[in-house]
Design a protein. Structure first.
Length: 337
């Protein structure tokens, strides 16, 4: 590791790099500010809307490292988004430690976008981003009640029908130990409402197994939830102690072998669900953002964490139509139309 930097600190990144690798002199490149450097491919970009987090999840040390939530001004966020789209970005990936808390720290105060008053709030931000004509994908959404407000925007095609919500577990006792205010019953009811309002919605989530004190019965609760929820994309981590996390002091540490065994069982169960869901897409023609020749992503796939669509041909950055011929547990395979 060379350095630790804050959000959007491209200049800090470049200083750290050049401290180890001297910067070559280029009379043309030297005129370009470091803030103009983008570290993702030309056709997609991450849009950081805030830093820090107000939650105190027992397994996490982000608040102690980055502090409480600090939201970027909505005008600044929208200006960056517009500049990215004008530069050729086809997909904006909205990120923060807690995307749905955007604006809480400033009491949703009114900012200005192109001279018009707009609240510093997730719903209003999503509505504004949806007018730019790019794919807009939401990551790290904490399941606040107002998340329901963005589902109609997805149904209207303003946002990608995709939510990345880290549920973490389904057992009420384990969620309480994690300091996560959620319940499996409420989550299942909301999933049903979201799917009713937006049938094509993709819900991705992450979970932790082997959390201190987790019993076999509580792990089974999680597997039962997984079967009922039928989530589209899922990641799973075996609990590991992070220096400084409050969860390290909880009793009932689960042996590493058990943690890994539970993670494997969890992912095997999800693999069956994913395979069934992807099989239903065979015969459909879908929109694909091409990442490179022969590979791209559908609206259901975020870069680097979800599956891909494979086909012959295509050029990076193109939006293509692909007819799906077959599927496995993770990826789709088809032909350009």
């Amino acid at each position: 590791m060379l350095a630790i930097t804050g959000p959007h600190d491209a200049e800090g990144v470049m200083r750290a790099v050049h401290a180890h690798v001297p910067k070559p002199h280029d009379p043309y490149a030297d005129l370009v500010p470091a803030a103009g450097v983008k570290l993702t491919p030309r056709h997609y970009a991450y849009l950081k809307i805030s830093e820090g987090c107000n939650h105190r999840c027992s397994f996490c040390i982000i608040p102690s490292m980055r502090g409480d939530l600090v939201s970027r001004p909505i005008g600044e966020v929208m200006q960056e988004a517009e500049n990215l789209v004008k530069a050729g970005v086809k997909e904006l990936l909205v990120i923060s430690q807690d995307t749905s808390a955007y604006g809480v720290d400033v009491k949703y105060r009114t900012g200005f976008v192109k001279g018009k008053p707009v609240k510093t709030r997730m719903t209003e931000l999503c509505r504004s981003l949806g007018e730019l004509g790019a794919w807009v994908r939401l990551h790290y959404v904490y399941p606040y009640p107002h998340v329901d407000e963005v589902i109609p925007l997805m149904a209207e095609g303003k946002l990608l029908p995709y939510l990345d919500i880290p549920f973490q577990h389904a057992s009420p006792r384990i969620l309480k130990l994690m300091k996560r205010p959620a319940s499996a019953e409420k989550v299942l009811a909301r999933l049903e409402r979201w799917r009713s309002a937006c049938p094509d919605i993709t819900v991705r989530s992450t979970f932790i197994v082997g959390f201190p004190g987790e019993t076999e019965a509580e792990f089974q609760e999680l597997l039962d939830f997984l079967d009922e929820a039928q989530l589209d994309r899922v990641g799973c981590f075996a609990y590991s102690a992070v220096e400084g996390a409050a969860a390290n002091d909880l009793p009932g540490a689960v042996p590493e072998e058990t943690r890994e065994e539970r993670r494997a069982r969890f992912m095997k169960a999800q693999e069956r669900i994913s395979a069934r869901k992807l099989k239903k897409k065979i015969g459909r023609t879908i929109d694909v953002l091409v990442d490179g020749p022969g590979v791209g992503r559908s609206k259901a796939d975020a870069p680097e964490i979800d599956g891909v669509v494979r086909f012959s041909g295509g050029k990076a950055g193109e939006l293509a139509r692909v007819r799906i011929d077959r599927a496995d547990a993770h990826d789709l395979y088809g032909r350009l139309q």
